[in-house]
Design a protein around this ligand. Structure first.
Ligand code: DAH
Length: 344
């Protein structure tokens, strides 16, 4: 290549480098426009190189022309990029972040509404001195039934309700067997709450699930009486459902408590006047409970002459339904994100 051709190629390289620098440094539209005029304009540096292409020997013109076109294309692209960049920065109120762009969704996990209910209940009982303990879901018929004064021919032990794994082993049908396990392992006084899953041969329907949470409670000591029992439950109801909530004890029957009671709270939705949530009664049943039957103390080796206690069992899924006005228990167990997202 002739000296003229070589020097034009050098100039083109310089124009490319300087042009890119000038475009990149342009901090507003006016600076960008003067960079464009300087390098790509009608009388700009690139145009001047092109107009002197006639000084190059014909054989080298083609290479110079191609190189000049490449520089032109790359500077034009850089100019457009910088123009878009400046426009976006101008839209953004500060710091080059465009706050008008739609946000990209960020998924944040949350605690399941039933788990939240369980934690709150256990925390309230913790204030009263109850320790949170767990027990096995695969349970012997002794702990699940016999130790709790439920004879194996009782309807609750029947094949209709219970998942039997073999003749002596079941999926626990309630968390109550942990009462017996705790009393066997620890001398009184005991105060425990036991959250966990229980299993029954029920199909899913709006108010049943074959696997569902329960929370068991047990308090045993010398001199524990119905008054302490009532006070503990009322403390729980006021703290969990709100200060204005009324509670009542309704006589009931469980083999492991005597006397037994179901605890109802005034319906938070209608404040007692009657609505679909409380089936127009004004009351919602939240737990089974009672004073521990002496037969249970005997089964676990506690002296029934010396010790008394109370026990209770409740269903956190049902309580979550009442709290949030959820009409169908299946919603709590299907893991549908569009539903669960409401509680995050
Ligand atoms: N285990 C009972 C059930 O699953 C609930 C229950 C009732 C637990 C009374 C108790 C109690 O501890 O005292 O239906």
């Amino acid at each position: 290549m002739t000296p003229a051709g070589a020097s034009l190629l050098d100039r083109l390289a310089g124009i490319g480098a300087e042009g890119h620098a000038a475009i990149g440094e342009a901090s507003d539209a006016a600076a960008l426009e003067s960079a464009r005029v300087e390098y790509l304009g009608r009388n700009g540096q690139l145009a001047r190189v092109m107009s002197s292409i006639g000084t190059v020997e014909p054989a080298a013109r083609r290479e110079v022309g191609q190189r000049a076109n490449a520089v032109k294309t790359s500077l034009s692209e850089a100019l457009e990029r910088q123009d878009r960049h400046l426009a976006a920065a101008a839209r953004a109120p500060s710091g080059g972040v465009d706050l008008t762009l739609p946000a990209r969704g960020r998924w944040v996990g949350g605690v399941h509404p039933v788990t939240r209910v369980i934690d709150e209940i256990c925390d309230i009982f913790a204030e009263l001195g109850f320790t949170r303990v767990l027990g096995p879901e695969v349970e012997s018929t002794w702990y699940n039934f016999t130790a709790l004064n439920i004879p194996l021919d009782h309807p609750a032990a029947d094949m209709m309700d219970t998942f039997y794994l073999d003749d002596d082993t079941v999926l626990r049908t309630h968390t109550s067997p942990v009462q017996a396990r705790v009393m066997e392992a620890f001398a009184p006084p005991v105060r425990v709450v036991v959250p966990g899953l229980a299993y029954r041969r029920d199909s899913f329907d709006p108010s049943h699930a074959p696997a569902f949470e329960q929370i068991e409670g047990l308090a045993v000591d010398e001199g524990v009486d119905f008054v302490e029992f009532r006070a503990a439950i009322q403390h729980f109801v006021r703290h969990f459902f709100g200060a204005g909530t009324k509670s009542r004890f309704r006589p009931s029957f469980y083999p492991f408590t005597e006397p037994s009671a179901e605890v109802d709270v005034s319906c938070a939705v209608c404040r007692g006047s009657g609505c679909p949530t409380c089936k127009r009664t004004g009351w919602i049943t939240i737990m089974g409970s009672g004073m521990v039957d002496p037969a249970v103390f005997e089964a676990v080796g506690y002296d029934p002459e010396r010790y008394t206690g109370y026990a209770f069992g409740m269903g956190p899924a049902r309580i979550a339904m009442v709290r949030h006005g959820i009409p169908d228990m299946r919603l709590l167990y299907e893991g549908e994100m569009s539903f669960l997202r409401q509680f995050v």
